[in-house]
Write a protein that binds this ligand. Structure first.
Ligand code: ZN
Length: 472
């Protein structure tokens, strides 16, 4: 529901809908799109937002963020759901899907209830859904998956990386995929071969290679491709729907395409930082600079970067996410000791649409294609379309006003994240987001979030709206 009883008219913009880009007004009543067309008369009581010369996009849906998350036992990400969603809406993302993990012995329902209570208490600016993280689940945990969709959670996430911390073995993964298939849950997989990487890290350290560049060199793209291939085989055996998170390499992409050709139900995302940074960011630069770019999987070669842009434009990659996971520079990114002590993860929720729009500005793909992979496709996969991810009559009035004639300089000095640095620092990009509405209510305007307006709510996700149109 909108805070305002008055209708809102977003006037004269170029509206991106499922039918293409058209000059139209968007009429918003009670937080929902009530009409797309010409409403010059008959709505004198409406609050008018002038959008001449600007694009009107559906609010972005970021399918992969880590707000207020604890890693390695005690280190919390820089953003909670307040600052993290302020950053999201400032960057045109009005919905995020984050992660909930049950502690050992805790039920999934209890973990989710606790998660929802904690997140609601942080008063997010954006709407939010959640994936359930499983770590080497036992039979008792697996038996709870059949009840997950009733709680509004329609996906699970498992890790093939990080042995001893997050990793599940193939047996646990296959069992979870079988149960997920029975309940039509999407299975997200972090695809890197954790044991192989563990050996390569040991070898690097014993050879005296301690610099941040060895974070990347000890996780070569074949370790990602192997894990993608294995996850795809297991998903095929289980009849599960597989979604590969943060694809970083051409080798992994090839495995995804091969599995898809073989009939596996597989979709995948890449993340904004893989489109901008390559492995040269880590090599031959001072450690305190290189460590700012450490993430897993690592940034790859330029050829990989080009393959990712291509795959986004052709649809082989369905989604662009941020994997927003910032850590403080001192002691978390810049550390004493070798590269294994650097926290893995980068900020990016605020920059995701800006990076995606560079592909439009550079002629790599159309604006409609961009809207699909930043908004519509993730909304479908999340089971929240057509409420989210599309400007259509009856959908939530989550609207982004983007001025294509202006530019934006990305900087930690002006961003809304609590991260104390930005890997994109100083980068000038085409386009500027001037206003963002969540359910008809302005949450961001003229460079600032609206302080008194933090309307974010939990999204009860459905299993029935899938990317390729298959339903239960
Ligand atoms: Zn992640």
């Amino acid at each position: 529901m909108s805070d305002s009883p008055r209708p809102t008219l977003v006037s004269g913009g170029m509206v991106v809908t499922g039918n293409g880009v058209e000059r139209a007004d968007v009429l918003v009543v009670d937080g929902v799109v009530a009409g797309i067309g010409s409403f010059e008369s008959g709505h004198d009581d409406a609050e008018v937002i002038q959008a001449e010369g600007c694009y009107i996009l559906p609010g972005g849906v970021d399918f992969h963020t880590h707000m207020d998350s604890v890693f390695r036992g005690s280190i919390r990400t820089a953003d909670d759901f307040a600052t993290g969603t302020a950053a999201a809406v400032a960057g045109g993302t009005t919905t995020i899907v984050d992660f909930c993990r049950a502690e050992p012995g805790e039920s999934l329902a209890a973990a989710l209830e606790q998660w929802r209570w904690r997140v609601a208490g942080q008063q997010p600016w954006a709407d939010y859904g959640v994936h359930m993280v499983l770590v080497q689940p036992d039979e008792d945990t697996l038996s709870q998956l059949s009840g997950l969709a009733d709680l509004g959670v329609t996906s699970i996430k498992m890790y093939l990386a990080y042995p001893g911390r997050m990793m599940s073995d193939d047996r646990a993964l296959l069992r979870a995929m079988q149960r997920a298939a029975e309940s039509d849950l999407l299975v997200l997989v972090h695809a890197e071969n954790g044991h192989a990487i563990e050996v390569l890290v040991e070898d690097a350290l014993s050879a005296g290679h301690t610099e941040p560049a060895w974070h990347g060199k000890s996780r070569p793209s074949v370790t990602e491709a192997e894990a993608v291939s294995r996850a795809a085989v297991l998903a095929g055996l289980a009849g599960a729907r597989l979604y590969v998170v943060h694809v970083s390499s051409a080798a992994a992409l090839s495995e995804i395409e091969r599995a898809r050709m073989a009939g596996t139900n597989i979709t995948a995302e890449t993340c904004s930082h893989y489109l901008v940074f390559d492995d040269s960011m880590l090599d031959g630069v001072p450690n305190e600079v290189a460590s700012r770019f450490v993430c897993s999987p690592p940034t790859r070669a330029l050829e990989d970067q080009n393959a990712l842009w291509e795959a986004l434009s052709h649809g082989s990659l369905a989604v662009l996410s941020s994997d927003h996971c910032p850590f403080a520079l001192e002691g978390e990114k810049i550390v004493d000791g070798d590269f294994t002590h650097i926290m893995n993860g980068l900020p990016g929720v605020e920059q995701r649409l800006a990076i995606a729009y560079q592909g439009v500005a550079n002629g790599r793909y159309s604006l409609e294609r961009m809207v699909d992979f930043v908004s519509t496709a993730p909304a479908r996969l999340a089971g929240i379309h057509p409420k989210k991810g599309e400007i259509a009559v009856g959908s939530d009035a989550d609207l982004v006003v983007l001025n294509p004639h202006a530019t934006t300089v990305l900087s930690a000095a002006t961003h809304h994240s609590a991260a104390d640095y930005l890997p994109y620092e100083g980068m000038e990009v085409a386009g500027r987001i001037t206003r963002v509405l969540l359910r008809g209510s302005t949450v961001f305007v003229d460079g600032s979030v609206v302080p008194g307006n933090r309307p974010g709510t939990f999204l009860h996700r459905s299993t029935t709206h899938q990317l390729t149109g298959e339903t239960l």
